[in-house]
Design a protein around this ligand. Sequence first.
Ligand code: AMP
Ligand code: MG
Length: 311
Amino acid sequence: MHMGTLVAITAVGRTQEEANAAITAGFQEVKRLEQLLSTWIPDSELSQVNAAAGRSAVRVSLETMVLVRKSLQVAEMTEGAFNIAIGPAVDAWNISAEPRLPTAEELAALKPLVDLQHVHTDVWERTIYLEKPGMRVDVGGIGKGYAADQAVMVMKKAGAMAGVVALSGDIKTFGRLPDGGVFRVGIQHPRKEGEIVAEIELQDEAISTAGDYERYFEKDGIQYHHILDPRTLQPARGCQSVSVIAKEGIWADGLDTGIFVLGAERGMELVEQLEDIEAIIVDRNGRVLISSGLRNRVRTSHGVDESKLNH
Ligand code: AMP
Ligand code: MG
Protein backbone atom coordinates (compact mmCIF):
# COMPACT_ATOMS: atom_id res chain seq x y z
CA MET A 1 0.00 0.00 0.00
CA HIS A 2 1.40 3.37 -1.07
CA MET A 3 -0.32 6.66 -1.85
CA GLY A 4 -3.40 5.19 -0.23
CA THR A 5 -3.65 2.43 -2.79
CA LEU A 6 -2.44 -1.06 -3.66
CA VAL A 7 0.70 -0.96 -5.77
CA ALA A 8 1.61 -3.94 -7.97
CA ILE A 9 4.76 -4.08 -10.05
CA THR A 10 5.73 -6.69 -12.64
CA ALA A 11 9.10 -6.78 -14.35
CA VAL A 12 10.71 -8.77 -17.16
CA GLY A 13 14.51 -8.97 -16.92
CA ARG A 14 17.27 -10.98 -18.50
CA THR A 15 17.69 -12.70 -15.14
CA GLN A 16 15.53 -13.14 -12.07
CA GLU A 17 17.94 -10.87 -10.14
CA GLU A 18 17.62 -8.11 -12.69
CA ALA A 19 13.84 -8.31 -12.63
CA ASN A 20 13.82 -8.26 -8.80
CA ALA A 21 16.17 -5.28 -8.72
CA ALA A 22 13.87 -3.39 -11.09
CA ILE A 23 10.86 -4.14 -8.91
CA THR A 24 12.66 -2.93 -5.80
CA ALA A 25 13.70 0.25 -7.61
CA GLY A 26 10.11 0.81 -8.76
CA PHE A 27 8.71 0.53 -5.24
CA GLN A 28 11.40 2.83 -3.86
CA GLU A 29 10.50 5.43 -6.44
CA VAL A 30 6.80 5.29 -5.52
CA LYS A 31 7.73 5.68 -1.84
CA ARG A 32 9.98 8.64 -2.63
CA LEU A 33 7.19 10.40 -4.50
CA GLU A 34 4.72 9.71 -1.72
CA GLN A 35 7.05 11.51 0.72
CA LEU A 36 7.21 14.45 -1.67
CA LEU A 37 3.58 14.79 -2.71
CA SER A 38 1.22 13.13 -0.27
CA THR A 39 -0.94 15.54 1.68
CA TRP A 40 -1.42 12.78 4.27
CA ILE A 41 2.26 13.13 5.21
CA PRO A 42 2.61 16.28 7.36
CA ASP A 43 6.11 17.25 6.20
CA SER A 44 5.73 16.50 2.48
CA GLU A 45 6.42 19.43 0.19
CA LEU A 46 2.77 19.85 -0.67
CA SER A 47 1.76 19.69 3.00
CA GLN A 48 4.19 22.54 3.63
CA VAL A 49 2.63 24.52 0.80
CA ASN A 50 -0.81 23.89 2.30
CA ALA A 51 0.29 24.79 5.83
CA ALA A 52 1.55 28.16 4.57
CA ALA A 53 -1.71 29.03 2.78
CA GLY A 54 -2.58 32.71 3.23
CA ARG A 55 0.83 33.39 4.77
CA SER A 56 3.80 32.74 2.50
CA ALA A 57 5.15 31.21 -0.65
CA VAL A 58 6.97 27.90 -0.19
CA ARG A 59 10.00 26.81 -2.18
CA VAL A 60 9.56 23.36 -3.73
CA SER A 61 11.60 20.90 -5.76
CA LEU A 62 11.57 21.18 -9.53
CA GLU A 63 9.65 17.93 -9.65
CA THR A 64 6.80 19.21 -7.47
CA MET A 65 6.71 22.42 -9.49
CA VAL A 66 6.43 20.50 -12.77
CA LEU A 67 3.64 18.29 -11.41
CA VAL A 68 1.68 21.30 -10.16
CA ARG A 69 2.16 23.17 -13.43
CA LYS A 70 1.00 20.16 -15.43
CA SER A 71 -2.01 19.88 -13.11
CA LEU A 72 -2.86 23.49 -13.93
CA GLN A 73 -2.53 22.61 -17.62
CA VAL A 74 -5.06 19.78 -17.19
CA ALA A 75 -7.34 22.28 -15.45
CA GLU A 76 -7.15 24.53 -18.51
CA MET A 77 -7.77 21.65 -20.91
CA THR A 78 -10.88 20.61 -18.95
CA GLU A 79 -12.27 24.11 -18.36
CA GLY A 80 -11.62 23.85 -14.65
CA ALA A 81 -13.27 20.46 -14.19
CA PHE A 82 -9.92 19.17 -12.98
CA ASN A 83 -8.93 21.32 -10.05
CA ILE A 84 -6.13 20.61 -7.56
CA ALA A 85 -7.41 23.37 -5.25
CA ILE A 86 -10.31 21.01 -4.47
CA GLY A 87 -8.56 19.99 -1.19
CA PRO A 88 -10.87 21.76 1.32
CA ALA A 89 -13.92 20.14 -0.28
CA VAL A 90 -12.24 16.71 -0.33
CA ASP A 91 -11.54 17.17 3.38
CA ALA A 92 -15.13 18.23 4.09
CA TRP A 93 -16.46 14.99 2.56
CA ASN A 94 -13.58 12.95 4.00
CA ILE A 95 -14.60 9.99 1.86
CA SER A 96 -11.32 8.10 2.27
CA ALA A 97 -11.39 8.19 6.07
CA GLU A 98 -14.65 9.10 7.84
CA PRO A 99 -17.26 10.00 5.24
CA ARG A 100 -19.87 12.60 6.09
CA LEU A 101 -22.41 14.72 4.28
CA PRO A 102 -21.38 18.39 4.41
CA THR A 103 -24.20 20.94 4.57
CA ALA A 104 -24.91 23.29 1.67
CA GLU A 105 -23.77 26.24 3.81
CA GLU A 106 -20.53 24.51 4.62
CA LEU A 107 -19.79 23.84 0.95
CA ALA A 108 -20.76 27.40 -0.04
CA ALA A 109 -18.28 28.73 2.49
CA LEU A 110 -15.51 26.58 0.95
CA LYS A 111 -16.23 27.73 -2.59
CA PRO A 112 -13.83 30.75 -2.56
CA LEU A 113 -11.00 28.46 -1.44
CA VAL A 114 -11.43 26.09 -4.39
CA ASP A 115 -10.36 28.71 -6.89
CA LEU A 116 -7.28 28.15 -9.03
CA GLN A 117 -6.94 31.92 -9.49
CA HIS A 118 -5.54 31.96 -5.98
CA VAL A 119 -2.88 29.33 -6.67
CA HIS A 120 0.31 31.17 -7.60
CA THR A 121 3.32 29.39 -9.03
CA ASP A 122 6.59 31.19 -9.61
CA VAL A 123 8.65 28.95 -11.85
CA TRP A 124 11.70 31.20 -11.67
CA GLU A 125 11.76 31.34 -7.85
CA ARG A 126 10.32 27.82 -7.80
CA THR A 127 7.71 28.69 -5.19
CA ILE A 128 4.03 27.95 -4.74
CA TYR A 129 1.76 30.33 -2.85
CA LEU A 130 -1.85 29.68 -1.90
CA GLU A 131 -3.32 33.10 -1.43
CA LYS A 132 -6.14 32.38 1.02
CA PRO A 133 -5.94 30.81 4.47
CA GLY A 134 -7.60 27.40 4.40
CA MET A 135 -6.69 26.62 0.79
CA ARG A 136 -5.25 23.15 0.13
CA VAL A 137 -3.87 21.57 -3.00
CA ASP A 138 -4.58 17.88 -3.49
CA VAL A 139 -2.87 15.98 -6.31
CA GLY A 140 -4.83 12.78 -5.59
CA GLY A 141 -6.34 13.00 -9.07
CA ILE A 142 -3.03 13.02 -10.98
CA GLY A 143 -0.18 11.91 -8.69
CA LYS A 144 -0.61 8.16 -9.05
CA GLY A 145 -0.29 8.35 -12.83
CA TYR A 146 2.84 10.42 -12.44
CA ALA A 147 4.26 7.94 -9.94
CA ALA A 148 3.65 5.10 -12.42
CA ASP A 149 5.61 7.03 -15.08
CA GLN A 150 8.52 7.62 -12.74
CA ALA A 151 8.56 4.04 -11.47
CA VAL A 152 8.77 2.80 -15.05
CA MET A 153 11.68 5.14 -15.67
CA VAL A 154 13.75 3.79 -12.79
CA MET A 155 12.85 0.20 -13.70
CA LYS A 156 14.21 0.73 -17.20
CA LYS A 157 17.37 2.24 -15.71
CA ALA A 158 17.68 -0.83 -13.49
CA GLY A 159 17.74 -2.97 -16.62
CA ALA A 160 14.16 -4.23 -16.94
CA MET A 161 13.13 -5.05 -20.51
CA ALA A 162 9.42 -4.85 -19.90
CA GLY A 163 6.94 -4.43 -17.12
CA VAL A 164 3.80 -3.06 -15.58
CA VAL A 165 3.36 -0.61 -12.72
CA ALA A 166 -0.16 -0.45 -11.35
CA LEU A 167 -1.31 1.86 -8.58
CA SER A 168 -4.80 0.35 -8.53
CA GLY A 169 -6.40 1.81 -11.65
CA ASP A 170 -3.42 3.90 -12.70
CA ILE A 171 -1.35 1.60 -14.87
CA LYS A 172 1.72 2.08 -17.03
CA THR A 173 3.24 -0.61 -19.23
CA PHE A 174 6.52 -0.80 -21.10
CA GLY A 175 8.07 -3.24 -23.56
CA ARG A 176 6.86 -6.68 -24.52
CA LEU A 177 6.63 -10.01 -22.77
CA PRO A 178 9.37 -12.59 -23.54
CA ASP A 179 7.01 -14.38 -25.96
CA GLY A 180 6.47 -11.14 -27.86
CA GLY A 181 3.07 -10.51 -26.33
CA VAL A 182 1.89 -7.12 -25.13
CA PHE A 183 0.06 -6.38 -21.88
CA ARG A 184 -3.68 -6.93 -21.90
CA VAL A 185 -5.75 -4.79 -19.55
CA GLY A 186 -9.39 -5.27 -18.60
CA ILE A 187 -11.64 -2.36 -17.68
CA GLN A 188 -13.81 -3.09 -14.67
CA HIS A 189 -17.58 -2.96 -15.13
CA PRO A 190 -18.63 -0.02 -12.95
CA ARG A 191 -21.79 -1.77 -11.75
CA LYS A 192 -20.92 -5.49 -11.82
CA GLU A 193 -18.05 -6.45 -9.61
CA GLY A 194 -15.66 -8.95 -11.19
CA GLU A 195 -16.93 -8.26 -14.70
CA ILE A 196 -15.20 -6.20 -17.33
CA VAL A 197 -16.71 -3.90 -19.96
CA ALA A 198 -13.77 -3.95 -22.33
CA GLU A 199 -10.29 -5.26 -22.95
CA ILE A 200 -7.36 -3.54 -24.57
CA GLU A 201 -3.73 -4.38 -25.28
CA LEU A 202 -1.14 -1.81 -24.31
CA GLN A 203 2.44 -1.29 -25.36
CA ASP A 204 4.47 1.57 -23.91
CA GLU A 205 1.25 3.23 -22.84
CA ALA A 206 -0.58 4.19 -19.69
CA ILE A 207 -4.23 3.67 -18.80
CA SER A 208 -6.00 5.34 -15.91
CA THR A 209 -9.54 4.80 -14.71
CA ALA A 210 -11.64 7.13 -12.59
CA GLY A 211 -14.83 5.56 -11.30
CA ASP A 212 -17.69 6.38 -8.96
CA TYR A 213 -17.46 2.84 -7.55
CA GLU A 214 -13.90 3.19 -6.25
CA ARG A 215 -14.44 5.20 -3.10
CA TYR A 216 -17.90 6.06 -1.90
CA PHE A 217 -20.36 5.88 0.94
CA GLU A 218 -24.11 5.59 1.02
CA LYS A 219 -26.62 7.67 2.93
CA ASP A 220 -30.41 7.45 2.65
CA GLY A 221 -30.05 5.31 -0.46
CA ILE A 222 -27.82 7.78 -2.27
CA GLN A 223 -24.21 7.02 -3.15
CA TYR A 224 -21.64 9.75 -2.67
CA HIS A 225 -18.25 9.19 -4.27
CA HIS A 226 -14.84 10.85 -4.24
CA ILE A 227 -14.70 12.81 -7.50
CA LEU A 228 -16.11 16.27 -6.88
CA ASP A 229 -17.46 18.80 -9.33
CA PRO A 230 -15.58 22.04 -8.51
CA ARG A 231 -18.68 24.09 -9.38
CA THR A 232 -20.97 22.45 -6.85
CA LEU A 233 -18.45 20.65 -4.60
CA GLN A 234 -20.81 17.67 -4.85
CA PRO A 235 -19.87 14.29 -6.38
CA ALA A 236 -19.87 14.59 -10.19
CA ARG A 237 -22.78 12.69 -11.75
CA GLY A 238 -22.00 12.64 -15.50
CA CYS A 239 -20.23 9.28 -15.72
CA GLN A 240 -19.89 5.91 -14.05
CA SER A 241 -16.30 5.47 -15.17
CA VAL A 242 -13.71 7.06 -17.42
CA SER A 243 -10.60 5.26 -18.68
CA VAL A 244 -8.00 7.34 -20.48
CA ILE A 245 -5.12 5.92 -22.51
CA ALA A 246 -2.07 8.09 -23.12
CA LYS A 247 1.66 7.73 -23.59
CA GLU A 248 2.24 9.09 -20.10
CA GLY A 249 0.41 8.23 -16.91
CA ILE A 250 0.38 11.82 -15.73
CA TRP A 251 -1.95 12.83 -18.58
CA ALA A 252 -4.03 9.66 -18.37
CA ASP A 253 -4.61 10.19 -14.64
CA GLY A 254 -5.22 13.95 -14.74
CA LEU A 255 -7.60 13.62 -17.65
CA ASP A 256 -9.61 10.67 -16.31
CA THR A 257 -10.65 12.77 -13.31
CA GLY A 258 -11.24 15.92 -15.36
CA ILE A 259 -13.28 14.11 -18.00
CA PHE A 260 -15.30 12.35 -15.32
CA VAL A 261 -16.38 15.78 -14.09
CA LEU A 262 -16.95 17.19 -17.60
CA GLY A 263 -19.36 14.36 -18.32
CA ALA A 264 -19.46 11.80 -21.12
CA GLU A 265 -20.42 14.03 -24.02
CA ARG A 266 -18.11 16.97 -23.46
CA GLY A 267 -15.42 14.63 -22.21
CA MET A 268 -15.45 12.62 -25.43
CA GLU A 269 -15.39 15.83 -27.47
CA LEU A 270 -12.23 16.83 -25.65
CA VAL A 271 -10.62 13.42 -26.20
CA GLU A 272 -11.28 13.64 -29.95
CA GLN A 273 -9.53 17.01 -30.04
CA LEU A 274 -6.41 15.86 -28.22
CA GLU A 275 -3.57 14.04 -29.94
CA ASP A 276 -2.41 10.73 -28.48
CA ILE A 277 -5.27 10.64 -25.97
CA GLU A 278 -7.97 7.96 -26.17
CA ALA A 279 -10.81 7.05 -23.84
CA ILE A 280 -13.45 4.54 -22.92
CA ILE A 281 -16.28 6.21 -21.04
CA VAL A 282 -19.23 4.57 -19.31
CA ASP A 283 -21.81 7.33 -19.09
CA ARG A 284 -24.34 7.85 -16.32
CA ASN A 285 -26.79 5.46 -18.00
CA GLY A 286 -24.24 2.70 -18.44
CA ARG A 287 -23.63 3.29 -22.14
CA VAL A 288 -20.09 2.63 -23.32
CA LEU A 289 -18.47 5.31 -25.47
CA ILE A 290 -15.21 4.56 -27.27
CA SER A 291 -12.98 7.19 -28.87
CA SER A 292 -12.32 6.91 -32.60
CA GLY A 293 -8.64 6.02 -32.18
CA LEU A 294 -9.55 2.88 -30.22
CA ARG A 295 -12.10 1.60 -32.71
CA ASN A 296 -9.99 -1.37 -33.76
CA ARG A 297 -8.19 -1.90 -30.51
CA VAL A 298 -10.90 -2.46 -27.93
CA ARG A 299 -12.76 -5.69 -27.37
CA THR A 300 -16.05 -5.02 -25.65
CA SER A 301 -17.68 -7.66 -23.51
CA HIS A 302 -21.18 -9.05 -23.80
CA GLY A 303 -23.75 -6.79 -22.26
CA VAL A 304 -22.38 -3.74 -24.01
CA ASP A 305 -24.85 -2.35 -26.50
CA GLU A 306 -22.76 -2.12 -29.68
CA SER A 307 -25.26 0.22 -31.31
CA LYS A 308 -24.49 2.77 -28.64
CA LEU A 309 -20.79 2.76 -29.33
CA ASN A 310 -19.59 6.21 -30.23
CA HIS A 311 -17.92 5.76 -33.62
P1 AMP B 1 -8.96 9.70 -9.60
O1 AMP B 1 -9.12 8.37 -8.94
O2 AMP B 1 -7.74 9.79 -10.46
O3 AMP B 1 -10.18 10.15 -10.28
O4 AMP B 1 -8.68 10.77 -8.43
C1 AMP B 1 -9.63 11.00 -7.43
C2 AMP B 1 -9.03 11.89 -6.38
O5 AMP B 1 -8.76 13.19 -6.93
C3 AMP B 1 -9.96 12.17 -5.20
O6 AMP B 1 -9.81 11.20 -4.21
C4 AMP B 1 -9.52 13.55 -4.75
O7 AMP B 1 -8.37 13.47 -3.93
C5 AMP B 1 -9.13 14.22 -6.04
N1 AMP B 1 -10.22 14.97 -6.70
C6 AMP B 1 -11.56 14.89 -6.49
N2 AMP B 1 -12.24 15.71 -7.33
C7 AMP B 1 -11.28 16.32 -8.10
C8 AMP B 1 -11.34 17.29 -9.15
N3 AMP B 1 -12.50 17.79 -9.61
N4 AMP B 1 -10.16 17.69 -9.70
C9 AMP B 1 -8.98 17.18 -9.26
N5 AMP B 1 -8.87 16.28 -8.29
C10 AMP B 1 -10.00 15.84 -7.71
MG1 MG C 1 -7.13 10.80 -12.10
